[in-house]
Design a protein around this ligand. Structure first.
Ligand SMILES: [Cu+2]
Length: 305
């Protein structure tokens, strides 16, 4: 058969398929209004927010049908009446002081915060290719007579690239808030390749192993086990009110997820209750303290549907 003839047969075949599809469509007709659980998208059942209340805010409350305000934290610079205002958004590489304020709906710098996990404000900085993770605790200038009242300051180690900075805090007598803002750091850079899922992280003499799986929309128990030179560590020191502190960031948009530590022994395993809002890849950072030093172990985990 010549190419033209083959093409002709192919086109004729397509027409037959198309005609058959039209015929089937006419025969069955529109199905009319269908219930939320019957709709399909790409062959999958679509669950509406009203059918399944994912605790995306991670605070244990049922937030009802998913609205913009129920998005995970850290995706917005301004949310819930609060705005994260950095003094600068462009930096030269090196150790640089980040100065910022949290402004309320009236544009006034917030100076009154509630302690959460032992601190008034947690600041997490990560380069958008998931390198250079830092979890630090800025100092607040709260002296009311000071014109800088409400300004937070903290040094960050910045390498060239695009960074996301998260401020995780509780305004006095308010609800927890996580705001995010991008910083650009000048200079040539090599971006890290996409990280593959990992179960083990090595930090200096320490090896940390991750057990447990993440499932979208469900509470998932994660256990992190810490060994030093092959010996289980059983004398972890409390850090931020627990034997470990875990931050989870979603690949793609760096949504910031709350992960709650479970009470337990000072090692070798630390348990967390994590809930992720969607399937896909997450980057987990465990901070733990031993021998007076805080170390960070990073993991990449694929969450199931
Ligand atoms: Cu913190």
């Amino acid at each position: 058969m010549t190419t033209a003839a083959r093409l002709g047969v192919f086109v004729a075949g397509l027409l037959v398929v198309f005609a058959a599809a039209v015929g089937i469509g006419r025969a069955t007709g529109p199905v009319g209004p269908i219930g939320p659980a019957e709709q399909t998208e790409g062959g999958r059942e679509v669950l509406h927010a009203s059918d399944k209340h994912a605790d995306v805010a991670g605070d244990g409350h049922d937030h009802g049908p998913e609205a913009a305000t129920d998005l995970p934290g850290g995706l917005a610079t301004s949310q819930g009446g609060y705005t994260l205002v950095p003094d600068h958004t462009t930096y030269r590489p090196g150790t640089r002081e980040l100065a910022f304020r949290v402004e309320d709906a009236d544009g006034a710098a917030v100076t009154d915060y509630d302690v959460e996990h032992d601190e008034l404000l947690h600041l997490v900085a990560v380069r958008r290719d998931f390198t250079g993770f830092q979890h630090v605790h800025p100092e607040l200038d709260a002296a009311p007579e000071d014109e800088d009242a409400g300004t937070w300051r903290v040094p960050l180690d910045l390498t060239p690239g695009s960074w996301r900075v998260f401020a995780d805090f509780v305004p006095h007598d308010g609800d927890p808030v996580v705001l995010g803002v991008d910083l650009s750091v000048a200079g040539p850079t090599d971006l890290a390749p996409r990280a593959e899922p990992t179960r083990t992280a090595v930090v200096g003499d320490y090896e940390v192993t991750l057990d447990g799986d993440l499932t979208a929309g469900q509470h998932s128990m994660l256990s992190l086990t810490i060994n030093r030179d092959g010996v289980p560590v059983t004398d972890l020191e409390p850090y931020l009110g627990a034997y470990g502190h875990l931050v989870a960031l979603r690949e793609g948009d760096l949504a910031y997820l709350h992960v709650h530590p479970e009470d337990g022994e000072p090692g070798p395993s630390v348990a967390f209750d994590a809930e992720v809002p969607s399937a896909g890849r997450y980057h987990l950072y465990l901070d733990f303290r031993h021998d007076g030093v805080v170390r960070t172990a990073g993991f990449t985990v694929e969450a199931d549907r």
